[in-house]
Design a protein around this ligand. Structure first.
Ligand code: NPW
Ligand code: K
Length: 499
């Protein structure tokens, strides 16, 4: 899957350009038709169930009115809960209202308690929402929370910021849809932050607008086409040196598990040799993974090795020394966990990072990202794309900002949102495994951008596989991920070979 993501400003420009060449109301009629077609598909053979259509004050409400009229024409029992605003509706929305009025649509002005619906269509607000959903609108959204049927959002689930995926406003509220049909281009907010929980499955309908009319998108959904060329079958005539060395630097006193999880991630993602360079006295070996070699970090030679630095590393003087040495080296570098916090606190380490020429990939969660940027995690989460872009620009590195809809950014402003993964990844150690996978791909010669995109995608796909097998999301452990990562990777290579 590869899909461009447009900002509201870009969508308004697309809308304006498309609008100019069409009869008034055409786009809204197309949106209403796409919505009612999708609604009929969701109803399937339950077309006798009543459908509730929520129509708000703006053009999103106009889309909903068109959809309601279409459903009634198709013989569906469609009821509109109409909540117009104080201002006059646009000409198109007024026309859609007249059309629905003339048909066999039912009308209500409040949510009847206890009513049962086969489907709810949310056309309260779309990309025009700029302040929190309140008053009667809020009451309706609260009322939806107890309704147990599919909810189809038109364009954007009402209450969600289409650019950022944040629910609008302090103490804001947004519709939790099971499906979203989005118009004129996909939107980043449907795929990150609160977006995945509120949008459900996303379908894009371009309303007949051709790709030549679209601006250049600086954000897209990540997907196999971005890195599929790297999945080549291994040649027979190879050896462990052919697939790179990865060294995990971390494991201070009491934190030996984190680098071991990273090391397993690297091993199962195909690195030739994997070391743990431990700050504390290294264990002799890992009995469940004896392939991992343990060394003391202080006198470990970084040369020719890909480094994953930070898991369980702590903030000792020795940790800072090792991090400075790693930043100054020519080794490809994944920077995780404690190493990120140390960089956030040190202008000296920041300038060493910014001056690097070898690949560097940073893997912050929102709090680590916040420390790097000198802001709060809430501010990072309020605009994850912008935060990831800013981090990439300041550090001159590729950034993987973890969380629901992980954002991957590079210094030139290009951004990906990863669509794989699930809540099972919200568990201790899963980030360590991700850093290890990323290290393994760098060690096999991938660029920082490809390694970051693919490691995130594969890590999420591995978690999705585990959920399909009944292992999670509840109770999924980080230690279960590496074997699933191996399965996903080998399947991708096999699929690539058979294409
Ligand atoms: N134009 C086109 O060609 C096409 C448009 N399309 C569709 O239009 C949608 C965009 O329409 P839109 O711009 O009218 O904005 P929309 O999201 O409906 O809401 C804005 C309205 O809500 C009001 N309002 C805002 N916040 C509020 C609050 N908290 N509480 C109460 N009221 C509030 C606000 O009022 P105001 O702020 O002006 O007082 C204004 O009236 C887009 O998402 C897509 O679905 C498609 O058909 C494709 C073709
Ligand atoms: K909506």
């Amino acid at each position: 899957m590869e899909r461009h993501l447009y900002t509201v400003a870009q969508l308004r420009a697309i809308e304006q350009a498309a609008y100019a060449g069409l009869a008034p109301g055409t786009l809204m009629q197309r949106a209403g038709k796409a919505a009612s077609d999708f609604a009929l598909e969701l109803l399937g053979d339950r077309r006798d169930r009543p459908v509730l259509v929520l129509a708000g004050p703006g053009n999103n409400g106009g889309d909903a009115l068109e959809a309601a009229a279409n459903l009634a024409d198709a013989g569906v029992d469609a009821t509109v809960l109409h909540l117009p605003g104080r201002r006059d509706a646009s000409t198109e929305t007024a026309a859609a209202y007249e059309r629905a009025r003339a048909g066999s649509v039912g009308w209500i002005d409040m949510l009847p308690p206890g009513a049962e619906w086969g489907l709810v269509i949310d056309g309260l607000f779309g990309i025009g929402l700029e302040r929190p959903v309140d008053g009667d609108y809020r009451e309706v959204v609260v009322g939806l929370e107890t309704i147990r049927c599919p909810i189809l959002a038109l364009d954007v689930p009402s209450g969600l910021d289409a650019d950022t995926g944040a629910v609008i406003g302090p103490d804001g509220i947004a519709v939790r849809a099971t499906h979203t049909i989005t118009f004129l281009g996909d939107k980043p907010g449907l795929h990150t932050a609160d977006g995945r929980d509120h949008a459900g499955q996303v379908r894009v309908d371009m309303l007949g607008v051709g790709s030549e009319a679209l601006p250049r998108a600086t954000a897209q959904l990540s997907g196999l086409p971005l890195f599929a060329g790297r999945f080549t079958a291994r040649r027979h005539n190879t050896h462990k040196g052919s697939f790179g060395d990865v060294a995990i630097i971390g494991g201070a006193h009491g934190m030996a598990g984190a680098p071991v999880l990273s090391a397993r991630g690297a091993l199962y993602a195909g690195a030739g040799r994997v070391y743990v360079a431990a700050l504390n006295t290294p264990p002799g070996y890992d009995s469940s993974q004896p392939e991992i070699m343990f060394r003391a970090a202080e006198d470990f030679d970084f040369f020719g090795r890909t480094l994953v630095i930070g898991p369980g590393m702590g903030d000792s003087a020795s940790a800072i020394r090792l991090l400075a040495r790693a930043l100054d080296s020519d080794s490809p570098l994944v920077i995780d966990a404690d190493a990120l916090n140390l960089i956030g606190a040190s202008p000296d380490l920041q300038s060493r990072l910014a001056q690097r020429t070898a690949p560097a990939v940073l893997t912050p969660h929102p709090l680590e990202g916040a420390r790097l940027l000198g802001m709060t995690a809430a501010v990072v989460q309020s605009d994850r794309l912008e935060a990831a872009r800013e981090m990439a620009l300041r550090t001159n590195a590729t950034v993987i900002l973890k969380g629901s809809g992980t954002v991957i950014a590079r210094p030139d402003g290009e951004v990906l949102i990863n669509p794989t993964g699930n809540a099972g990844l919200a568990t201790a150690g899963s980030g360590d495994v991700l850093a290890g996978i990323c290290g393994a791909l760098l060690a096999q010669g991938w660029t920082g951008w490809e390694a970051a995109a693919a490691a995130t995608w594969i890590h999420g796909a591995a978690a999705d596989t585990l959920v399909d097998e009944g292992v999670g999301p509840i109770g999924m452990t980080a230690g279960e991920l590496p074997a699933a990562v191996r399965k996903v990777l080998n399947r991708l290579v096999k699929d690539a070979a058979s294409r």
